[in-house]
Write a protein that binds this ligand. Structure first.
Ligand code: SF4
Ligand code: SF4
Length: 452
């Protein structure tokens, strides 16, 4: 049927009605019909773009809205659309794609504080070189705004061991690894902080007091937190909160951030994925922590990172309501299988029998999602675990990154004896990065960076 201007207008009105009432499929069909007949193409592309945003089809939305802007570049009435697109791209971790849209929206409304804060976060950090030569790959890699933190991170594993044996973590699944166990002496910690103060590339680095160890096991934890604060840095803890003591001192020490890491919320589920842990102890400690935080008027930001598996997915809401009651934030997230050494083996079909059970409990097996991640990567970007973090073990040795566990993936140098730049150079020379990147196990952003 050949469309006339008036029948096309009726179709557009009908499409908009469908669109507004959430009948997206019907609306899309009519919009496409108009587009094919070349009627109201600007308005139709705009509406189709916002419709695709609602459906989460960001690539299509971006393409359509891009076309509208090319044809009608100075239309400030599109502000709401720029904003919507910028926010969706940002929320979905497409920060590099979000940046021009944030800038565009802010140029129309320079007082939009929300967008201004997003733009600040997506911009590359000024303390980082924008690119680096990777001798392993024999190419120059680009850097980007790191996702894990808005500043440089020093991860200091003050407790070189953990009380639990989670099967998705090397402490529980990699007993054959060569790794020493011990607690960092306070004097060594103090010297490390003094060196960080002198040479940190960023003025306000974050200090994370954990990697593969449980910081609450360290008998001098509160003293260590005080040392960090005396140096003027922010201090971050991640804990399984499954210890019988130390809660009062932790609250009193008032670190900037306490992450409580848990999985299930009943004995049946928790004990499977947090092996050796007691859910009753964790629950009572969560309440005790709230009590002491209030008692000492501590303002630590507490959040619960809930690792979701198939067997505990249904316990998301109950954890959320307990967090709400205790005024803790709640971040449910897909559980991952670690360390990177094992991930690389997995990607090469080397599966240990002992890991089969936990792999079957994951919401998505790494062998399913990593190939998809690889497909969307350009290979032109550096890994943020390499360029934005230095990891120091309890004995002062520097690790290649926070994702590796075995001795051979440590850098073989003591943090106090090498400069930041020497440590950085050693990281880029380490052959394991190449293996990790070839298997898609690195952190060069899991999102397509060049184009969605
Ligand atoms: S995941 Fe955390 S709590 Fe579990 S064994 Fe590893 S370090 Fe310990
Ligand atoms: S490339 Fe892999 S091994 Fe190297 S720093 Fe990144 S995550 Fe670690």
């Amino acid at each position: 049927m050949i469309l006339t201007e008036s029948s096309a207008r009726e179709i557009l009105e009908q499409a908009v009605t469908f669109h507004r009432s959430g009948q997206f499929e019907e609306a899309e069909e009519l919009y496409l019909k108009l587009l094919a007949a070349d009627f109201f193409s600007l308005a139709v592309k705009h509406n189709l773009g916002t419709l695709n945003l609602s459906l989460g089809k960001l690539k299509t939305a971006l393409k359509l809205i891009d076309e509208v802007v090319l044809e009608d570049p100075d239309n400030e009435e599109q502000y709401a659309t720029y904003k919507l697109l910028a926010k969706e791209l940002y929320r979905n971790n497409h920060w590099e794609a979000a940046r021009p849209w944030l800038e565009k929206a802010i140029s129309v409304n320079p007082n939009d504080q929300e967008l201004i804060s997003f733009l600040k976060r997506v911009k590359p950090r000024d303390y980082l070189e924008s690119e680096v030569y990777d001798p392993q790959a024999n190419k120059t890699l680009l850097r980007y705004s790191p996702r894990e933190a808005d500043t440089y991170v020093y991860t200091i594993d003050i407790s070189g061991t953990c009380n639990l044996r989670c099967p998705s973590c090397p402490v529980g699944n990699f007993s054959i690894a060569d790794r020493n166990i011990g607690m960092m002496p306070v004097a060594l910690f103090r010297s490390i902080l003094n060196k960080i103060k002198q040479e940190s590339i960023s003025d306000n680095p974050q200090i994370w007091l954990y990697n593969w160890g449980e910081p609450m096991l360290h008998p001098k934890l509160s003293e260590i937190i005080k040392i960090v604060k005396d140096h003027g840095f922010s201090v971050h803890i991640s804990t399984n909160l499954n210890t019988e003591q130390g809660i009062e001192k932790l609250a009193q020490a008032n670190p900037d951030e306490i992450k409580i890491s848990l999985s299930g919320f009943s004995e049946q589920t928790y004990s499977k994925t947090h092996k050796r842990g007691k859910i009753s102890l964790l629950k009572s400690n969560m309440y005790l922590l709230r009590y002491y935080l209030d008692k000492y008027k501590s303002n630590s930001h507490v959040w619960v990172g809930q690792h979701l598996y198939k067997n505990n997915f249904h316990e998301k809401d109950v954890v959320n309501s307990v967090c709400h009651e205790l005024n803790f934030s709640h971040s449910p997230m897909q559980a991952f299988f670690q360390p990177i050494e094992k991930l690389v083996r997995l990607m090469n079909d080397q599966v240990d029998d002992a890991d089969k059970n936990i792999l079957s409990e994951l919401l998505m097996d790494p062998r399913q999602y990593i190939p998809n991640v690889i497909k969307h990567r350009s290979g032109n970007y550096d890994c943020e675990l390499r360029f934005n973090q230095t990891v120091i073990n309890y004995d002062g040795e520097v690790a290649l990154c926070c994702g590796v566990y075995d001795k051979k993936n440590m850098l073989g140098v003591n943090f106090l004896e090498r400069s930041h730049h020497e440590i950085e150079a050693l990281k880029y020379q380490h052959p394991f990065c190449q293996q990790c990147r070839q298997n898609g196990c690195d952190y060069s952003s899991t999102e397509p960076m060049d184009k969605i």
